[in-house]
Design a protein around this ligand. Sequence first.
Ligand SMILES: Cc1cc2nc3c(=O)[nH]c(=O)nc-3n(C[C@H](O)[C@H](O)[C@H](O)COP(=O)(O)OP(=O)(O)OC[C@H]3O[C@@H](n4cnc5c(N)ncnc54)[C@H](O)[C@@H]3O)c2cc1C
Length: 400
Amino acid sequence: MSGTIAIVGAGASGCMAAISAARTNPKAQILLLDGNEEIGRKILATGNGRCNYTNEYQSPDCYHSDDIAFVERAFSDFGKDETITFFRELGVIPYCKNGYYYPMSRQALSIRHCLERELQRLGVTVCLQTRVIGVEAKDAGYVIHCMERDIRADKVILCTGGKAAPDTGSDGSGYSFAKRLGHEVIAPNPALVPLVCRQHPLKAAAGVRVNASVCTTDGTGHTYADIGEVQITKQGISGIPVFQISHVVAKRLADKQPAEVVVDFWPTASASEILSFVKEQKASGRVTALDIFNGIFPHPLIQALFADDFRSLGEDALVERIKDVRLVISQTMGFGAAQTSAGGVSLRQLSDITMESSLHQGLFFAGEVLHVDGICGGYNLQWAWTSGYLAGRSAAQELL
Ligand SMILES: Cc1cc2nc3c(=O)[nH]c(=O)nc-3n(C[C@H](O)[C@H](O)[C@H](O)COP(=O)(O)OP(=O)(O)OC[C@H]3O[C@@H](n4cnc5c(N)ncnc54)[C@H](O)[C@@H]3O)c2cc1C
C-alpha cells in the first residue's frame, strides 16, 4: 500500500472520487465512508428517479460560484463528454432528451448500480453506517473521528454534500468540518426549491400547471427570469422555472430583503394582442372571464386571477392581471424540499483544480459541499462527477 485515502460521503461526488483515486493509484488503500446503510441514496431521487446525470449544453452561466473561472477550468479537464464516456464504459447507454442526459434504462438505480460495481471491482473499501463527527489534521495526515472509532488517513476528501434533502444523509456536517479546519464557508441557502407566497393570491388555483414566465431581482437590481411549466401549489409556486430563480429569492430572504416574483401567465402574447383577443371574444358574445379565457388558461387559474371583478377592470388592469402578477415571497420551502445548496466551502481557498485545500496539504473537497451550484438540468451532478474525479485523481497522485 502506498497510503490511505479516506473519502467522507458516498454520494455522487464521493463515489466518483473513490473510483478516480483507485484507478489513478491502484496501490493506495481507498476508504469510502458514509453514515447511511447504502451508497448514493440521493442519486436514486434525482431526475424524478431517472437521474438526469449531465446536459449537452454547458456554459459558465449554468453555475453560480465565488470562482466561475475555477469551475470552467475544472470542466475543461473532466466535463460532459468525459462523463458520458465514463458511464458508457460502465455499460450505461445515454438517452438524451432536449439536451438532458439520462441512462437509457431511465432508472437512477442504473447509475448507482454501475458505480457500486466499479467500486467493488477496484477494491475500494466501503464503510457504511459510519457517521463522521470530526476531521482533524494530525502528524502530516488526518484522523477521521467516527461515532464508533477513529480512522487514520494520509489524505482526506470531503464529499459530504450540502444541506439539501437532509433525509438522504447530507445534513451540512461537512461545512462544520471545513470551518474547523480553517476554511471559509459561504452561508448556504436552499436552491432549486419551491417558494411560499405571503397571503397566497393564487391559492384557489393550487394544483394548476401552466406555461408561464417568472422573474425576480437580486439586491443589485439584476433581473433573473425563466420560462416553462409553473406549478401553483397550496403554499405558493413551484416547477423548473421557479427553481431556476429560487437561489436569488433565497438570498434576498436570508439578507432580510423583501422578495417578489412577477409571473407572466401569457408570455407569448403582448398586451395589445391580449386586448384584441378579449375584444374579439366579446364581439362573439362571450362576456365573463371564464368564457373569454376558457381556451387559454385552466379554469381554477381564471377564477384566481379575476375573482369576481372582471367586468370592472380597465384595459391596463386586465393586462396586469395576466402579465404582471406580483407574488410576495415569505420563505422558501427550505432545505428539506431543495434539490441543492447555494453557498458552501469557498473555492478561493482551494489550489487550482486539484480540489486540494490551500490551507492543509492532503485535504480535498468535491461536490455540493463546495460553493458551486448549478441550474436544473443535470448540472449539479455534472459538478459532482467533475469535482469528484479531479479530487480523487489529485489525492491518489500525491501517493504515487
Ligand atoms: C430530489 C432531488 C433531485 C435531484 N435531481 C437532480 C438531477 O436530476 N440532476 C442533477 O444534476 N442534480 C440533481 N439533484 C442534485 C444532485 O443530486 C446533488 O447536487 C448531488 O447528488 C450532490 O452530490 P454530492 O456527492 O456532493 O452530495 P450527496 O449526494 O448529498 O452525498 C453526500 C453523502 O455524504 C454523506 N454524509 C454527509 N455527512 C456525513 C457524515 N458526517 N458522515 C458520514 N457520511 C456523511 C451522506 O450520507 C451522503 O451519502 C437533485 C437533488 C435532489 C434532492
